[in-house]
Design a protein around this ligand. Structure first.
Ligand code: NAD
Length: 455
């Protein structure tokens, strides 16, 4: 497997894919090893929490690998590692409580206890856009629940994956058993072979296409799955929103990580009475973003991680322009080397355009007018996706009322695109099946067992 750095298109490195026989060995060693499952939760937390220091010590090094491998600017890469570290801290703090026995009923005759034991082997399969946070947020819960985890990073971020795997090797010195965490290197075919193997659960973060394939394969094996898939997240800007702050946050969310974020703002619906002023501020703020070399600490917007991503974003913009949309700023490729694009603002958009219907995954903010709240809700829900959404208003009660009518896994009021360890995360409609994070999400990685004691 060959990997090319996206921003200079130079040959970056070569890696051996995990062979079929090695994969068999990984799965069977994970399946047969019960050491980790038999270590108590307090000790598991003690071992896993050593990752927190390791992430801090290796922050610069990992951010450099990410910048070189997939073009994430150093500033953004370090931010991603910081939030991943915070997530590990929160999990170590919360998960022991989430999986503690619960007495459901007790009298002098009997007792019913709900217990949470490990499932066995959990496979985690990750995308390229967030090669540190997304995998760690998905690997740590099943590990803390006592499962042996095997992880396949994206084929486009395998070097970052190997760098993270080094940290887990360090944990092995601190007591993490050899077979509790193992890495598999490869692409889609390796992913398929994992899902068809003798595992107990697969946790996939990726595209709708991969989600459907994994669901089909999981049906054949009848194992559990959780699917965290794409988004086309709407933001509704009401007439009474704080204009400047809202414009700032919308631009930040739609251009974060070069727009390659599942929960980024992909569609903006703005009330007609403030539309002109809002669009003006969004454009001003977009103009201030620095696009360029990801190794430069000042860079906000790096290149796309992969060529097909740049092509998709530019094709969505072309499709919109051919149907009457207007670019107010940016939205064009920069140079002809590497995969750079100037962050952009596009208006006169409608729901016949790909840019308002399909996941674009690029640093472009499409803004559309609405007349009243009912129309805004209808537009926001007119999508096959349902990952996250946001409402921007100073009337918080009204914001909450609207939030209840939006079809999404998370709706935020006056912010967009964050998750919390203690709160559920996942999509509705085609954005996914199941929830992660939170008590409910963590318990998915367990066999929820009822123990019934007759006294
Ligand atoms: P992708 O579906 O192409 O690949 C994701 C991972 O799945 C990769 O490791 C890939 O090798 C593997 N894979 C692909 N097909 C497979 C199959 N049939 N069986 C098993 N494994 C398979 O997605 P991508 O392009 O790497 O990632 C971008 C997508 O991920 C976007 O749609 C984005 O919105 C989504 N995403 C979602 C979340 C979330 O929390 N919902 C977070 C990050 C990214």
């Amino acid at each position: 497997m060959f990997l090319y750095s996206s921003y200079v298109i130079i040959f970056y490195g070569e890696l051996e894919e995990t062979s079929d026989s090695e994969l068999q060995q990984i799965v069977s060693s994970a399946r047969n090893d019960k050491i980790w499952a038999n270590i108590n939760i307090k000790k598991r937390v003690e071992i896993i929490s050593k990752l927190i220091d390791l992430l801090e010590k290796n922050k610069e090094a990992i951010a450099h690998v990410m910048a070189n491998e997939m073009g994430k600017p150093l500033k953004a890469g370090k931010h991603e590692i910081e939030i991943a570290k915070k997530r590990v801290i929160d999990y170590c703090d919360m998960i022991p409580e989430f999986i503690k026995d619960e007495i459901l009923f007790e009298d002098n005759k009997e007792k019913n206890i709900m217990t949470f034991s490990p499932l066995g082997v959990v496979a985690v399969i990750s995308p390229w856009n967030s090669p540190v946070f997304v995998p760690l947020a998905m690997i740590i819960p099943p590990l803390l629940c006592g499962n042996n985890v095997l992880w396949k990073p994206s084929e486009y971020t395998s070097f970052t994956g190997l760098k993270l795997a080094e940290l887990f090797s360090n944990l092995k010195k601190a007591g993490l058993p050899e077979n509790a965490f193992q890495i598999v290197i490869g692409g889609k075919d390796a992913g398929k072979k994992i899902v068809e193997n003798n595992i107990d659960m697969v946790a996939l973060t990726g595209s709708i296409r991969a989600g459907k394939e994994v669901m089909k394969a999981s049906a054949g094996k009848l194992h559990k799955f959780v699917l965290e898939l794409g988004g086309k997240d709407p933001a509704i800007i009401l007439e009474d929103a704080e204009l400047d702050k809202t414009a700032h946050e919308i631009v930040k969310s739609s251009t974060m990580y070069t727009g390659q974020v599942c929960f980024g703002v992909e569609r903006v619906y703005c009330h007609e009475n403030i539309y002109d002023k809002f669009v003006e501020r969004v454009t001003e703020k977009t103009k201030k973003l620095v696009a360029g070399n990801p190794l430069d600490e000042k860079t906000d917007i790096g290149p796309f991680a992969v060529k097909f991503q740049m092509e998709k974003v530019l094709s969505h913009i072309d499709d919109a322009l051919s149907k009457g949309a207007r670019l107010l700023y940016g939205g064009k490729r920069i140079g002809d080397k590497g995969y750079f694009m100037a962050p952009g603002v596009i208006v006169n958009v409608n729901h016949n355009m790909k840019i308002m219907q399909e996941e674009t995954f690029g640093p472009i903010t499409p803004v559309m007018k609405f007349k009243d709240v009912e129309e805004a809700i209808k537009l926001a829900n007119d999508s096959i996706y349902g990952l996250t959404a946001s409402i921007w208003t100073t009337d918080l009660k009204k914001g909450e009322e609207i939030a209840r009518k939006i079809e999404a896994g998370t709706v935020e009021i006056n912010r967009h695109g964050m998750s919390k360890a203690g709160c559920p995360w996942g999509g509705c409609k085609q954005s996914g099946i199941g929830r992660i994070y939170s008590k409910e999400g963590v318990r998915e990685f367990c066999n929820i067992k009822h123990v019934w004691v007759v006294k």
